[in-house]
Design a protein. Structure first.
Length: 142
């Protein structure tokens, strides 16, 4: 499972940023919800260059042992499946097999959002808020 204790999520302005894919992990958030976690670094030429930021996706199930490069299955109408197909202009034929290497060869444009509520929908104090990648919008033309 991804170690959350050694990393403090960033708080950056909501905007679009150029992102470099750093890897992915599968795991159970709060001990029960299966998640796919994509890690990125911001490569936009601004004060946030090099900042590590993540994107969290719901998955139907984790296949095998959760962890780095773990296997997973998503639903056809899931956010991950739709973003993947849109980004890479490809129709998937298996919802448990995504060529994640496609991310490694790409520069992505992602929109961030600030998480302002906890898992139980309570407001987070401003000092506990953090940023995540909310949407992978497109590939950057090189």
């Amino acid at each position: 499972m991804k170690e959350f204790d050694d990393w403090i999520p960033p708080l950056i302005p909501e905007d679009e940023y150029e992102l470099k894919f750093e890897g992915y992990t599968t795991g159970f958030l709060f001990g029960r919800t299966p998640k796919l976690i994509l890690d990125f670094k911001i490569i936009s030429s601004n004060e946030h260059f090099g900042t590590k930021i993540t994107s969290y996706y719901n998955v139907q199930r984790i296949i095998g042992k959760p962890g780095k490069n773990g296997n997973f299955k998503v639903g056809w109408s899931s956010r991950f499946a739709r973003e993947f197909m849109s980004l890479f202009n490809t129709r998937v034929t298996r919802l448990d097999r995504f060529p994640m290497s496609r991310f490694e060869r790409s520069i992505l444009i992602g929109k961030t959002k600030t998480v302002k509520k906890s898992a139980n929908q309570k407001n987070l104090p401003s000092v506990a808020q953090y940023s995540v990648v909310n949407e992978l919008v497109k590939l950057k033309e090189i």
